[in-house]
Design a protein around this ligand. Structure first.
Ligand code: GTP
Ligand code: MG
Length: 388
């Protein structure tokens, strides 16, 4: 495995600093990178030139040299010049290993490009990657890009080659935008033809169990695994509960500081969320900072223009709570979430198939309400019996 050290800014709360570092290590692991050491920078404002201060940089450099580390990963985004300066400082001719500097956005972009399956997702990731790279082309950078078999940039020796690279990237960006526009048009037509059916979208932080729940409710086989961003593509399935059909969609999860370019280029995939009638906001209730994750998801939804959609809060992985002997989820906790603006709250375990009947009941009520708006003459005449 490739080795890395992580660098994060200290939060006032050391537990939060640790959580940020753990999440970054999980991201790195997902990208196939092993974390060897973590560094915390206690600075009010990051250094303009190198993000970390002189002393910290010397400390990091010493460790990187002694342990032949290939990657230094920052939890925050670095400006193009910070990135350049850091790569210069960490790489001297006498070093046996080339050190590569990642910031959070690049790491997430890398994972997305590993995951993307459909033509649409691949074009979206490549667009975001090119937009990220454009202002960051340097001699060293292009060289490293070539080394890792990179993203379409050609290594070159001089400013002129870099200028050529820039032109190529700009050209590629415009091609990708055209391609995505075409795909988007087709998708819009598809979505229009489905306007007579209620649409439900699974949303939530990454790795909370959205795909597991998708598979359970729709009996499909979306990949679910203990990795961040297992799902990058969008999947839509028809589901029937009671006697009412609706469309259920599963798509990319959110994370704190999701790269802006990614959100931008994934806009059309995320239309699936924005145009939904109901959101199932899935939460990993066993995660110690799931409240923060809920906030991140809420803010991202607002940013996408999906902040006002009817939402059911699905507190998943309750089996882990029981296992850890933490407070058994009850009405008290539900009350807490209601205070935070969630009217519909349900605890489930998608993996252990616990309380799914209750989720289906709540979901059915909401689907029925929306269905009646499309078909006012629909008569719900039967008592519906749900099976688990
Ligand atoms: N213990 C427990 N584990 C669960 C439960 N639901 C899902 N998981 C596990 O959590 C991990 C993530 O599940 P996914 O369904 O892939 O999560 P996701 O939200 O789709 O994740 P991304 O697509 O990566 O954003 C997997 O290892 C699942 O097996 C649950 O109710 N209990
Ligand atoms: Mg998933």
């Amino acid at each position: 495995m490739i080795k890395a050290v992580l660098v994060a800014l200290a939060d006032r709360n050391p537990e939060i600093t640790n959580e940020h570092l753990d999440e970054l290590a999980f991201l790195a692991e997902t990208a196939g990178i092993e974390t060897k050491q973590q560094f915390v920078q206690r600075l009010e404002t990051p250094d303009v030139r190198t993000f970390v201060g002189k002393g910290k940089l010397a400390e990091i450099t010493a460790f990187v040299v002694n342990h032949e580390i290939e990657n230094v990963i920052f939890d925050d985004d670095l400006s193009p010049s910070q990135l350049r300066n850091l790569e210069k400082e960490l790489n001297t001719p006498e070093r046996p290993v080339k050190v590569r500097v990642y910031d959070r956005s690049l790491l997430i972009l890398d994972i997305f490009s590993m995951r993307a399956q459909t033509a649409q997702a691949r074009a979206q990731v490549e667009l975001a990657m090119n937009q990220y790279l454009l202002p960051r082309l340097t001699r060293l950078w292009t060289h490293l890009e070539r080394q890792r078999g990179g993203t379409g940039t050609r290594g070159g020796a001089g400013e002129r080659e870099i200028e050529t690279d820039r032109r190529n990237i700009r050209y590629r960006i415009s091609l990708l935008k055209d391609e995505l526009e075409k795909i988007d048009k087709q998708r819009k037509t598809q979505r229009k033809s489905r306007s007579n059916i209620v649409r439900v979208a699974l949303v939530g932080y990454t790795n909370v169990g959205k795909s597991t729940l998708m598979n359970l409710l729709s009996k499909s086989a979306v990949k679910a695994e203990n990795k961040l961003f297992a799902t990058v593509d969008a999947t839509v399935r028809k589901v029937v509960i009671g006697d009412i059909p609706f469309l259920l969609s599963d798509t990319v999860g959110f994370i704190r500081k999701l790269p802006h370019h990614l959100i931008e280029s994934f806009k059309s995939t995320l239309d699936e969320v924005r145009e939904s009638d109901i959101l199932l906001h899935v939460v990993d209730v066993a995660h110690p900072f799931h409240d923060n994750q809920i906030e991140v998801v809420k803010n991202t939804l607002t940013e996408l223009g999906a902040g006002n959609i009817t939402t059911i809060l699905v507190l998943n992985k309750m089996d882990l709570l029981e296992k850890n002997d933490q407070s058994v989820p009850g009405d008290e906790l539900k009350g807490y979430y209601r205070q935070h603006g969630f009217e519909k709250v349900v605890f489930i375990s998608a993996e252990k198939k616990e309380n799914i009947k209750e989720l289906k009941r709540i979901l059915f009520e909401e689907v029925k309400r929306k269905h009646l708006m499309i078909y006012p003459n629909y008569v719900a005449g039967t008592e519906f019996v749900f099976s688990e």
